[in-house]
Design a protein around this ligand. Structure first.
Ligand code: ADP
Ligand code: MG
Length: 701
């Protein structure tokens, strides 16, 4: 048996269990070893019931004598009681509130291990445990092998996240079997790290993480900071950071375009700028220009909250490229955004005589052919578009700069796809999802980061209010007053058709409702994803030019849309939206001089939704909101692993283990930058092998 052995070869894993394991992403021995306990219990204090003393934490092994869910009042609480006894013949009562479901589990005669705090019930004079942890000892057929029953009690016991029939007990037994069969594993970490960081070797770390030695500190274990756990977390981060550092080094060793930035180019930029850039904008364009001058490809991330003015910075970079005789591609995630960029870039760049064009999925094929010809022959300077720009037959004459807007919507591969249209062009990616620095260094590890941390002048903070659906009339009359003062407004809905559930209002229906009944004398527009590109564009233009006063829309307007006169954003059924999404939506207003408002209308809220709404009402700081989002959703969902290119971590948790990530990052960077000896060569080979299997596509070295 070795790490790659399929779990079906492990004794006790039949087809049914194999399927359950696979559903959890566990197919090989290595996966199972990486499935670490999420908490531990000290079950070393094993007693008979007669020996129990009130106040202590203890484990007993006992049999169910009887059980009931009794009493009128109690039934309402769902109180479930089971009486247990053992060889000492004394009785222990286990009580579970809302425990009705246990009636089917804790049947008479069943043998279990109970773990919990012993209490004395003053009323009945009996010993009891409230909500004890328990594990069935006799039913699942495990524990029959010599020594295996000792795994579950009488020690610090690992608790695994179980699902359905795959109990913590089965997982514990299987992992123990695997550990018993395996030869001690080699340690792939460079040796020089082990000593100073006091890291146990890998084999020890894996075994002790699953089965902690008797003198283990339970508090450390449950905080994931035992030496063994620390080592595994460190290791995972270390390889990840090495991979990133190698990729970074490789990207920086490629020959790139050294753009010149002389007075003539500076004059052109000045002529193009429609307003005076903020200090932050000047600083980041300086950083970008410095990169562009280097004879190596730029790989830079430009982050800045919604409305911070990233677009004009991108336009400045575009001018540098075009003045040097190169073409520029601007990739946007949606047609609306691409179209809007196209209008914007055309408006400011045609002053300089540049030819811009827009290529999207809904361009007709005749149109496409023409556009592609212009690009291939170098007659167009700036191409804006959606994924359509990435298509194979889109060729550039001389692509020098690729700008990718709202990076979080694109995967790493798409970034590569864009880059391959030129010969090592410079790359500028832009995102409005600010994330903590350590995380951005990992997520965007191969990118340098520039941050716009200042809003354009004269912006008034957006006022955010929460309203419940029964107060929607007031919201509408507020809307009306704003429109009467010359402002415009968005009303956003979660879906476009009343499809899945009756509860969902449809934007189309609401458009009808609003335009006929609520605001019969206002001009209302409708925008949603199923309109054709021309219709979308037209609806957007009418709104931009003020011909429509209220735009009823789905979230297609979420990113990038820029209409400064719009000052009210009403989000209906706001409880259905995520935090980042709501922040993006809110970012559609507050772009002009007038005071702007965001009104979040909710129907039914759960706790999570309530927290999201509160976060938005309390803050307009994208940084804070992103952190809350990360906290509320957890790293997996927040990053959308596959999309972002961040590999899924097994043991480590990027939120919980930030300080270990920092250590690992520091070590990895100096290791990769160090002398290219055997250790580094081995590490590169190890990462390549490993990452292929675990992450598939990440390319290193
Ligand atoms: P985002 O960073 O969300 O992409 P945009 O680039 O769309 O932001 O800019 C938001 C709005 O602010 C636009 O209307 C833009 O013209 C305006 N803007 C950007 N920078 C400045 C500035 N320095 N002075 C005045 N207005 C600005
Ligand atoms: Mg933008």
């Amino acid at each position: 048996m070795d790490l790659s052995t399929p779990l079906t070869y492990v004794k006790g894993v039949g087809p049914a269990r194999a399927a359950m394991l696979e559903a959890k992403g566990l197919t090989a021995v290595e996966d199972l070893l990486g499935y670490v306990p999420f908490r531990y219990e000290d079950r070393s204090n094993v007693k008979t019931i007669a020996q129990l003393a009130p106040g202590e934490m203890a484990t007993v092994m006992a049999e169910v004598v009887s059980s009931m869910a009794s009493g009128f009042k109690r039934r309402k609480l769902g109180l479930f009681e089971a009486r247990f006894s053992d060889a000492s013949r004394a009785i222990l009562v286990g009580k579970w509130f809302h425990g009705d479901y246990l009636a089917k589990v804790l049947t008479d005669g069943l043998r279990v291990a109970l773990f919990g705090k012993v209490e004395f019930d003053n009323y009945t004079g009996e010993l009891q445990m409230l909500h004890p942890e328990f594990e069935v000892l006799s039913e699942d057929g495990e524990g029959g092998e010599a020594g295996e029953s000792a795994l579950h009690v009488g020690r610090v016991v690992p608790i695994y996240e179980a699902t359905g029939k795959l109990t913590t007990r089965i997982l514990r037994t299987l992992i123990h079997r695997v550990l018993a069969e395996l030869e001690p594993l080699e340690d792939p970490l460079p040796r020089f790290l082990l000593e100073p960081l006091k890291l146990p070797n890998r084999w020890t770390a894996i075994r002790q993480t699953h089965f902690p030695p008797p003198d283990s500190d339970l508090r450390l274990l449950n905080n994931f900071r035992s030496p063994a756990q620390f080592r595994l977390i460190f290791e995972e981060f270390f390889w990840l950071e090495c991979g990133i550092a190698l990729k970074r080094a490789k990207a920086r060793s490629l020959p790139g375009i050294a753009f010149t930035l002389d007075d003539r180019v500076r004059e052109q930029i000045k002529a193009m700028l429609p307003f005076k850039p903020t200090g932050a904008q000047r600083r980041v364009i300086q950083e970008i220009a410095n990169d562009m001058k280097q004879p190596r490809p730029m790989n830079r991330l430009l982050q800045g909250d919604v409305g911070s003015g990233k677009t004009i910075v991108a336009a400045e970079a575009a001018v540098i490229a075009v003045e040097n005789g190169y073409q520029v591609a601007v990739l946007a995630p949606t047609e609306i955004l691409a179209a809007q960029h196209a209008v914007y870039f055309k408006q400011i760049l045609s002053k300089l005589g540049y030819v811009t064009l827009l290529l999207t999925g809904s361009s007709s094929s005749r149109e496409k052919t023409q556009l592609k010809k212009l690009l291939a022959e170098g007659l167009a300077h700036v191409a804006l578009g959606t994924h359509a720009l990435l298509e194979k037959d889109v060729e550039f004459h001389k692509l020098g700069l690729a700008i990718i807007d709202e990076q979080h919507r694109f995967g790493v591969l798409q970034r590569l796809g864009m880059v391959q249209k030129g010969v090592h062009p410079d790359v500028l990616v832009m995102t409005a999802t600010p994330i903590p620095r350590t995380l951005s260094m990992t997520l965007y590890g191969d990118l340098d980061v520039s941050t716009i941390d200042e809003l354009p002048p004269g912006r008034k903070p957006i006022v955010t209010k929460h309203a419940t659906a029964d107060a929607v009339e007031q919201v509408y009359s507020f809307l009306k007053r704003q429109v009467d003062e010359g402002r415009q407004a968005y009303v956003v809905y979660p879906v476009i058709e009343e499809s899945e559930s009756q509860a969902m209002k449809a934007a189309e229906q609401m458009y009808d409702h609003l335009s006929r009944l609520v605001f019969p004398d206002l001009a209302i527009g409708l925008m949603h994803g199923r309109l054709g590109a021309d219709e979308k564009e037209a609806a957007m233009q009418r709104f931009k030019q003020g011909q429509t006063q209220i735009l009823v829309s789905t979230t297609v307007i979420e990113v990038g849309v820029d209409v400064p006169n719009a000052s009210v954003m009403v989000v209906e059924q706001a409880e259905r939206f995520g935090l980042a999404q709501l922040h993006q939506l809110r970012g559609r207003v507050g772009r002009g001089a007038a005071q702007s408002y965001c009104i979040l209308v909710t129907e039914k809220m759960n706790d999570a939704a309530r927290q999201r709404i509160r976060t938005l009402v309390d803050s307009t700081d994208g940084f804070y909101i992103a952190e809350m989002d990360l906290k509320l959703r957890g790293p997996g969902e927040f990053f959308g692993t596959k999309q972002s290119g961040l590999p899924s971590l097994r043991v480590a948790n990027i939120l919980r283990d930030t300080e270990i990530l920092e250590i690992a990052r520091r070590e990895a960077v100096s290791f990769v930058a160090g002398p290219a000896g055997d250790e580094l060569r081995n590490a590169v080979a190890y990462i390549r092998d490993h990452w292929q299997r675990r992450y598939g596509l990440v390319m290193v070295g």
